[in-house]
Design a protein. Structure first.
Length: 369
């Protein structure tokens, strides 16, 4: 039987952080970098005077105190009402207040920092489903999904609501470690037999979580043979992160080699956030994994992200164990959900960056199992 496997970074299904609407890449990355910085400082047990000054600076700069939709910034610090324990107080001009940090550390206030989210346009959501239905894979690894119930809602209402299409009968997602709440899930026409999570794997025994999201292992059985899919979303390139991606790759290699003891059919898939010549990707290739886009049947552009014209733009992967790579018959990339009108065709329903499905292409491969 022929089985089509795909991986697709959907960039959220219904709600996306508003910062991703910022066209200026440098400005967008600055917000994301400073959000991560703020979260890291807020997690400290005790705040130094320098910590307090930096927290106040970031809260003021990004209007993280503002709840008014017209004036709020891209970051919001949610101080739980009624708890009586606050991170900061406001004084002076209500429109541009002075922020004073009053909490002494993480346990002295109740709340959290979050990226402000906007609803995606219905056109964008439908275009995400259009990519999935056009690829028509039997199994789709989905990256950057809000949660399992959102994946179920999208599957039933949007994918299943497409004329002539049915929803996938099986879907699964385990909430991971990402502060933005983006996770790795799966849609499948074949039963999901078992799941293994690695959200609690530690980085060098430090107590710090190794995986930015998770490395879930999904077991299915098309054709009666156990097939293991190791889903991944490595650390973003924002702010570097190469060292952490390498640690993540080394651990995925260990998980992959252990999975080979259970079945010769193992796939490592997802957004690995690095190019094919990088050390993290070499680490996986050295384990014997083979990249789908290296198959002779693939003749398209080298990248999977945005315009995809450079190998540096290849960050999405389907990697097969040797026993599976021999069974690959066709490899393709569905790019028409991306708005890149001067580079390749797009769906007629994709009319701008705001209506594109994602800035990632969907990568797929057909296997004889």
């Amino acid at each position: 039987m022929t089985v089509r496997i795909a991986t697709y970074n959907v960039e959220n299904l219904f709600r996306r952080p508003a910062v991703f609407r910022v066209a200026d890449e440098e400005a967008r990355e600055k917000v994301l970098r400073e959000f991560n910085e703020l979260v890291d400082i807020l997690d400290k047990e005790v705040y130094s005077e320098d910590d307090k000054a930096r927290i106040a600076e970031l809260v003021e700069e990004h209007r993280a105190f503002d709840t008014v939709p017209e004036t709020r910034g891209p970051i919001f610090v949610n101080q739980l009402k009624g708890s009586g324990a606050k991170l900061f107080t406001l004084s002076g001009d209500p429109d541009n207040p002075t922020v004073k940090i009053v909490a002494k550390g993480r346990t002295k206030w109740s709340g959290w920092a979050e990226l402000v989210r906007d609803d995606l346009s219905l056109e964008s959501v439908r275009n995400t489903a259009r990519v999935i239905t056009e690829v028509d894979a039997d199994i789709v690894l989905t990256v950057e999904v809000e949660d399992r119930l959102t994946l179920e809602r999208f599957n039933q209402q949007i994918v299943g609501g497409t004329p002539g299409r049915k929803p996938y009968p099986f879907n699964m997602l385990i909430d991971g470690n990402d502060k933005r709440g983006i996770d790795v899930g799966i849609l499948s026409r074949h039963p999901i037999r078992s799941i293994r999570s690695h959200i609690f794997d530690e980085r060098n025994g430090s107590g710090e979580r190794l995986f930015s999201r998770d490395c879930p292992e999904f077991e299915t059985g098309p054709g009666g043979t156990p097939l293991w899919i190791l889903g991944n979303h490595f650390k973003s390139q924002i702010g570097g992160g190469g060292g952490l991606r390498l640690e993540q790759a080394k651990r995925v290699r260990e998980i992959y080699e252990a999975a080979l003891d259970r079945s010769a059919h193992v796939i490592v898939a997802g957004d690995l956030n690095d190019n094919p010549t990088s050390e993290p990707i070499k680490q996986l290739m050295d384990a014997g994994l083979q990249d789908a886009m290296s198959h002779h049947s693939y003749q398209g552009l080298p990248g999977t992200h945005e315009q995809g014209t450079s190998p540096k733009g290849k960050i999405d992967y389907l990697m097969f164990s040797p026993g599976l790579f021999d069974r690959v018959r066709k490899v393709g990339v569905e790019r028409r959900g991306i708005w890149a009108p001067n580079t390749f065709p797009h769906f007629d329903t994709v009319t701008s960056h705001l209506t594109q499905a994602s800035d990632h292409a969907a990568l797929y491969a057909d296997l004889d199992l």
